[in-house]
Design a protein around this ligand. Structure first.
Ligand code: ZN
Length: 455
């Protein structure tokens, strides 16, 4: 058994003092006891809180970060960015995918994420054939999660069509092509990898790329509690196409045709009308918000305020990985709303007026649901996933617990995450990932190889 004594720790009910945190060799929390005396021989930390869930990731896109920021001839959009991403996805190998994912996950850990949901859609080889091992590329991402030490929910992506109305895929989408039978085979291959750190769910890519019939078929063969994620209503063009093809907006169409409940994560859900806001909140599904990517791609702003008023659940994801920082996602989430409404402190409630606390705790609860794993708070029976903040940093030194998350989320750009424990194992110490040297060396080699392929 191992333990940590926190002078201040963020528990489900809020910040508590003198918290004795104990976990077993399997990485499960055994007891979390506030107002405790510091036991002899147990190390102490000033500020401890649960690690964040990153509920939406396409790991390979990490290698594209910063390379698509030059204006083209005409207006640039999500769709022109997507063409560049497709070209990039054409050349990567399973080895590349593993190396890129390991680098990404090490960065996510250093910035406070302890779990990730991988929305994984490069499933076929460069010629568009299935690999001999159907889950080859998914297994590579899971291997990267093990070497970096982050918990993972692997979501193989059902990707059959190029647009509403079952349009045939384009050649550049051939590596993503899966039907319901392919997806069930991939999920079956991944079953032996499931453990306390690894869950397997499914992700119909979007209503553009998967039909309602296919989604029903896949869910019919999957255990009830497995997470289901889908991209939805990210762009106005998608809403218009859905209206033209189905007569309904995407979220409305999904909810009218499939039972959407707490196992679902609707990623982006940016463009909602009032009825969809109410229906999504009432469903118990999680809105998977990715503010830095949504900003980078010019998607729009999620209607956070009415959604929260209706009791909606949310979590955050880094999606294209233009940022690997949980702080940056939460800061942008709130700042987008302030700019939109020309007001301050939007993400709050009558029982939690502290915006940093509201955002961190809310994103934890939604993220844990979306991950389908025993994470999301420092509570006995859940995984021992926690962050130790740098209590000596000028932004945190000597401040009251009620201001910790306000400083952490909103003040400055230093990374205040000092140590990170995942599943009872320290993977970040004094701000450095324990395997950073080897992981980054391999990542740089891969980028050199990819540049040669593209030039
Ligand atoms: Zn995405």
């Amino acid at each position: 058994m191992s333990a940590l004594f926190a002078r201040h720790a963020l528990l489900p009910e809020g910040w508590r003092r003198d918290v004795h945190i104990e976990w077993n060799i399997d990485g499960d929390l055994l007891a979390v006891t506030p107002d405790a005396a510091q036991p002899h021989g147990v190390p102490a930390a000033d500020l401890v809180m649960p690690g964040m869930v990153n509920l939406h990731s396409h790991a390979f896109q990490r290698a594209l970060g910063g390379l698509t920021e030059t204006a083209g001839e005409g207006p640039d959009s999500f769709w022109t960015w997507r063409d560049l991403m497709y070209r990039f996805a054409r050349s990567i190998t399973p080895e590349h995918i593993e190396a890129i994912a390991a680098q990404l996950f090490s960065e996510c850990l250093r910035h406070g994420y302890t779990s990730v949901c991988e929305f994984h859609y490069v499933q076929r080889d460069q010629q568009g054939a299935m690999y001999a091992r159907p889950a080859e590329t998914a297994e590579r991402v899971v291997a990267a999660s093990k070497s970096a030490g982050i918990g993972i929910t692997m979501l193989p992506v059902l990707y059959s069509y190029a647009g509403f109305g079952e349009q045939p895929l384009k050649p550049e989408q051939n590596r993503f092509r899966t039907d319901a039978a392919d997806i069930l085979r991939i999920i079956e291959s991944l079953e032996p990898l499931r453990d306390a750190q690894t869950e397997v769910g499914v992700a119909p890519h979007s209503l553009r790329a998967a039909s309602i019939g296919q989604v029903r078929e896949v869910l019919g063969s999957l255990p009830d509690k497995r997470p289901v994620h889908i991209h939805i209503a990210e762009q106005q063009a998608e809403v218009q196409q859905s209206l033209a093809q189905t007569g309904a907006r995407p979220v409305r169409y999904l909810m009218d045709n499939i039972e959407v409940n707490a196992r679902w994560c609707l990623v982006h859900a940016t463009h909602l009308d009032d009825g969809e806001v109410a229906a999504l909140a009432a469903s118990g599904a999680v809105a998977g918000l990715c503010p830095t990517t949504e900003a980078n791609l010019g998607d729009g702003l999620f209607p956070l305020e009415p959604f929260l008023k209706a009791g909606g659940r949310f979590g955050i994801g880094s999606d294209s990985h233009i940022s690997q920082s949980a702080v940056e996602e939460l800061r942008w989430l709130e700042y987008g709303q302030r700019l939109l409404h020309q007001r301050r402190n939007v993400a709050a409630s009558s029982t939690q007026r502290n915006v940093g606390d509201f955002l961190w705790q809310g994103a934890l609860q939604g993220g844990a649901l979306a991950a389908g794993r025993r994470v999301g708070s420092l509570s006995a029976g859940l995984r021992a996933d926690l962050l130790v903040l740098d209590g000596e940093h000028p932004n945190l030194d000597g401040i009251g617990a009620s201001d910790v998350l306000g400083s952490f989320v909103f003040c400055g750009n230093d990374n205040l995450v000092k140590d990170v424990l995942v599943g009872g194992r320290w993977v970040v110490r004094d701000g450095a990932h324990v395997a950073q040297g080897a992981i980054t060396q391999r990542y740089k080699q891969v980028l050199t190889e990819l540049r040669k392929l593209r030039s």
